[in-house]
Design a protein around this ligand. Structure first.
Ligand SMILES: Nc1nc2c(c(=O)[nH]1)N[C@H]1C(S)=C(S)[C@@H](COP(=O)(O)O)O[C@H]1N2
Ligand SMILES: [Mo]
Length: 377
């Protein structure tokens, strides 16, 4: 507990339920996906969540080059046109930030204060990475493959370019892409123009945006975002467990209509179709359960086929509250590897991998005196 107290003093944990000005700065730069956008199988680009650690770099395509170097026989360089001329694959992939759910922790780790909706699913088009590594001729003894972005900043007192690595085995997987398009359009600046890495199934931090170089190392990569950040750990001394693939999570579109400020939902006493999405990067989703009583009792919902092997499943459930009153709606996903969402958050120092069940408070009955739309006839 001494370390937690220390971190609290250093300002990396906060007890107060109030969002600080620093968190607000991050929250207005980086937005989540409005829950009603769960209605789209493929998230419209502007509704997909965003997480940018430093500044969005501006890139002139005329000067842009991707380099592949390090522990390889033949270092390579590619312009964007050369990458676009290679074989291409389009894959629907669900991305979720590893810090999703962080804002509900207490004490709260100081970082982007996500609620539950730091997620989105896009159709990414790009060229597979494995053939490029094969062409470069990875030498014996290769260990990690490092992906470096063009964006630079300071985090944890370290001046750095954003970079993350994968083991050679993970980097060589068929589904790993160097993507230059999202939903059929060139990447917009905020999603990594002109090129980003896509590693289906993994939490967001893996998918390096504004990719400038790929470096094969004959040793373990020890960069900040790999070795220090993105670990499930209780104290700063704990070496922790690295964050890798997404744990299961289900989210629902909150039913009814919201109160502007509190977001409390007002629902008519009638039959409603509750709908949403569920995903896991560990194994296919095997079931989703719905509760209207805060998790005291559960019913299995109707699950649709996944949008792709690497994207969420739609689901729906008919719910007909007859009694006027307050309800807490919950939804819980289970995957085929037996991972199930917990009811409560598991606290850790960075607030990562929080996949506790979503709770939506609804009031069944009249919201307030209704003002009908003006008659325009
Ligand atoms: N170069 C670079 N890549 C990055 C980041 C970054 O700040 N810089 N943020 C990462 C994190 S933490 C997440 S969650 C995803 C978010 O991707 P999106 O903004 O396209 O949704 O990008 C990842 N790739
Ligand atoms: Mo993230």
């Amino acid at each position: 507990m001494a370390k937690v107290a220390q971190a609290r003093q250093a300002g990396s944990l906060i007890e107060s339920p109030d969002i600080t000005p620093e968190e607000l700065q991050l929250a207005v730069r980086n937005h989540s996906m409005p829950l009603e956008a769960l209605r789209y199988a493929i998230t419209p680009v502007g509704l997909h969540y965003l997480l940018i650690h430093f500044d969005i770099p501006t890139v002139d395509v005329a000067d842009y080059e991707l380099t592949v170097a390090g522990h390889v026989r033949k270092p390579l360089r590619f312009t964007l046109d050369q990458l676009a001329a290679r074989p291409s694959t389009t894959l629907a992939v669900t991305l979720e930030c590893a810090g999703n759910g962080r804002a509900r922790l207490s004490p709260r780790p100081m970082s982007q204060p996500w609620l539950a909706e730091a997620v989105g699913t896009a159709e990414w088009t790009g060229t597979p990475l494995a053939p490029i590594l094969e062409e470069a001729g990875v030498l014996d003894g290769a260990h990690d493959v490092v992906f470096t972005g063009l964006d630079r900043g300071v985090q944890g007192g370290v001046d750095q370019y954003y970079e993350r690595s994968l083991s050679l085995t993970d980097a060589m997987r068929d589904e790993v892409l160097l993507a230059y398009a999202i939903n059929g359009r060139p990447l917009p600046p905020q999603h990594g123009f002109p090129l980003r890495l896509i590693v289906p199934g993994w939490y967001g931090m893996t998918h390096v945006k504004w990719l400038r170089s790929i470096t094969v190392l004959d040793r373990l990569f020890a960069g900040y975002q790999q070795a220090r950040a993105y670990h499930q750990r209780a104290t700063a001394d704990d070496s922790g467990v690295p964050v890798t693939r997404m744990l299961p999570r289900a989210l629902m579109v909150p039913p009814g209509v919201p109160d502007f400020m509190s977001r409390t939902r007002f629902v008519e006493p009638a039959m409603h179709t509750i709908e949403g999405r569920a995903w896991s990067g560990r194994a296919p989703i095997s079931g989703v359960d719905f509760s209207a009583d805060g998790g005291a009792s559960w019913t299995e919902v109707t699950l649709d086929a996944p949008v792709s092997p690497f994207a969420w499943n739609g689901w729906s459930h008919r719910w007909g509250p007859t009694a006027v009153g307050e309800y807490e709606l919950c939804v819980r996903a289970t995957d085929a590897a037996g991972n199930v969402q917990p009811m409560d958050q598991s606290w850790n120092l960075e607030g990562v991998e929080n996949n506790a069940v979503q709770r939506v408070h609804v009031v069944v009955g009249a919201a307030a005196d209704r003002q009908e739309p003006a008659d325009s006839r």
